[in-house]
Each structure stands twice: as structure tokens, then as C-alpha cells.
Design a protein around this ligand. Structure first.
Ligand code: AHR
Length: 319
């Protein structure tokens, strides 16, 4: 039995004991710090992806350390090393190119930091990262080619505007597209050049092509993203040609601007790449940190859109 004089002391000790239990629970609720190594801001899609990721982090109370590498793998590698030094809880890497990641990803793994690869792929061993969130770029290329084959009854001379050389987005879209046109003896790529996924790149490459190619032979332009297509459309129109009518167009991303160009009748179709990859990436990190098993690949899907629904899509999309 406690004497009346000892009772207040006992109460204080009891409260202290509760406080000791409360501290770990509060520590668990500490915001996660996640490093995000982004490619750059080369396209409207990329900017939308960055904005959506920042918004998702804010909504979840995640402290996001953001690095824009301006299309440089060296800058991305330096960002990953800086994230290790800062002791982040996890890393999201959207790699510029596929190869050259083994050393730094081994450093990340050895530091015990879970890493999720988003969007483009890496050739490193999958044991160096916990998961990948991405679309199927090969499938995007196949979808684009299948639409074009249907529109042209399998007869078409095509100009290809490639994305960044060495990126899995460019390589795999090309593989998928070429796989399908190989089934049609009268579908050919007659010219192919990289516009580096930029609007300016598409504009310049198209201007160069018009100097060397007889454009009356060209049935379609296939661009690995909408920005290059929009640049190319501007060049074609400035030269008095009629993209969307005399020359068919098919590209990838489904950004709002391409729907505007489609509404004007100057472009024909686009394959969607969702910029909303942050939510599944953050979910994967949170599940992993909670000790759960997560899938090696978390796919993000998209559809093909044509002029038929362009106005509706333009009105409904903010990114
Ligand atoms: O990796 C995805 C590609 O990168 C997008 O299609 C393109 O717009 C971006 O630059």
C-alpha cells in the first residue's frame, strides 16, 4: 500500500513509463526522407511526372529530396551518392540511360537503402533494387505500329524520331514498333534520327529531313514522344505540308498539348504514358519498410487515343 505522500510520486513514475512507450510510436510516424533522382525536364511529360511526384510526396508528408539531372547520368550518380551521405530512408531513380549503374547501385544497396527504379529501365542486376514501376515500352511501340498498319492497310513509308539514345524508353519503343511492321512487307522505316525527346529536337530533325528526303514518299511520322512530334508538326506546317492529313502521325505520352494539335487536325494518334508513377513507388517503399514482400515489377498501363476523343481528353487532363 502506498502512503498518501507517495501517491503523487507513483503517478509521476507511471506517466514517465507511458512516455517511454510513446516515443518509439512517435518515431515511427517521423516523415520518410526519400531522394528522387529525376532525368531532367526535357519534355512536358517529364515535367508532369515531376509535378505529380512532388504533389504525391506532399500529400503523404514525405520529405522529398529532389534532383533534376538535366539529362546527365553523371549528375544522377552524384545525386545518388549525396542521398547516401544524407542517410535517406529510400531512393527513387528515374534513369537517363540503361547502362552504367552497377557501381553506384551496389553502393546504395550496401548502405542498406531501398531503391525503386521508375519509368526507364537499367541493365543492372535486379537484386540491386527492390522494385521497378514503369509502363511496358515495347508494348507502346507495338500499339503504335498496329494502329498505323490498320490505318494504311500495311503499306507505309515511315520517318522515325527516336528518343534519347541509350534510354530504355527509346530502345524498347523501337523494338516493339519494328516487331510489328516486320509483319508487313510494305511498311518500312525510311529515315530514323534522335530528337532527344525534346520539342526543339523534333523541329530541327524534321527540318533536316525535309532537305534530304522526298516528302511525297512519306506516309507517316512515328515519334517516340509527343514533344518531338509537336516540333516536327511545326516544321512540316511551316514548309507547307499537311501533317494529320497527307502525313499520318503517331507518338507516345498523351500530354495535353498533343490533344490540342489533334483537335486542330494536325496530328492523328498518341499512346498514353501515365505520369502518375509516384503513388505506386511510394506504396512499394512503405510496404518494403514495413517488412512486406513487394513485386519486382509494378506495371503502369495506358491506352491509344485518336482525334475522335481529343477534345474530351484535352478538356479532362491537367497533366
Ligand atoms: O522515359 C519516358 C520518356 O521520357 C517520355 O516518353 C518522354 O516524354 C520523356 O522524355
Amino acid at each position: 500500500m502506498l502512503t498518501p505522500t507517495l501517491r503523487p510520486l507513483a503517478l509521476v513514475l507511471l506517466l514517465c513509463a507511458c512516455f517511454v512507450f510513446v516515443i518509439p510510436a512517435a518515431a515511427q510516424d517521423d516523415p520518410l526522407t526519400i531522394g528522387f533522382a529525376q532525368v531532367g525536364s526535357e519534355s512536358a511529360w517529364r515535367i508532369a511526372f515531376t509535378e505529380a511526384t512532388l504533389a504525391e510526396a506532399e500529400a503523404r508528408g514525405i520529405n522529398l529530396l529532389f534532383s533534376d539531372a538535366d539529362n546527365s547520368q553523371e549528375t544522377q550518380i552524384a545525386a545518388l551518392r549525396s542521398f547516401i551521405e544524407q542517410g535517406v530512408d529510400a531512393i527513387i531513380l528515374a534513369p537517363v540511360v540503361e547502362t552504367g549503374w552497377d557501381t553506384v547501385l551496389t553502393e546504395v544497396r550496401d548502405a542498406g537503402i531501398p531503391l525503386v527504379v521508375v519509368d526507364r529501365n537499367v541493365t543492372s542486376d535486379p537484386s540491386l533494387y527492390i522494385s521497378r514501376v514503369s509502363s511496358d515500352f515495347v508494348q507502346e511501340g507495338r500499339l503504335a505500329a498496329a494502329w498505323l498498319a490498320q490505318q494504311t492497310s500495311g503499306e507505309c513509308s515511315i520517318i522515325e524520331l527516336e528518343g534519347t539514345v541509350g534510354s530504355s524508353a527509346a530502345r524498347d519503343r523501337q523494338i516493339g514498333f519494328n516487331d510489328v511492321i516486320a509483319l508487313f512487307p510494305n511498311m518500312d522505316i525510311i529515315f530514323s534520327q534522335s530528337g532527344d525527346f525534346t520539342r526543339e529536337g523534333g523541329r530541327e530533325v524534321m527540318e533536316g529531313i525535309m532537305l534530304s528526303e522526298d516528302m511525297s514518299d512519306v506516309c507517316a511520322i512515328w515519334a517516340h514522344n509527343d514533344d518531338m512530334m509537336i516540333g516536327a508538326v511545326e516544321s512540316l506546317k511551316a514548309a507547307g505540308l499537311n501533317p494529320g492529313t497527307d502525313i499520318l502521325t503517331i507518338s507516345v505520352d498523351a500530354i495535353p498539348d498533343i490533344f490540342g494539335v489533334m483537335m486542330a487536325g494536325d496530328a492523328n494518334a498518341t499512346v498514353e504514358l501515365s505520369p502518375y508513377m509516384a503513388a505506386p513507388a511510394f506504396d512499394a517503399i512503405e510496404s518494403y519498410l514495413a517488412g512486406e514482400t513487394i513485386p519486382a515489377w509494378i506495371p503502369v498501363s495506358g491506352s491509344l487515343y485518336t482525334q475522335a476523343t481529343a477534345a474530351e481528353e484535352y478538356a479532362n487532363r491537367t497533366r
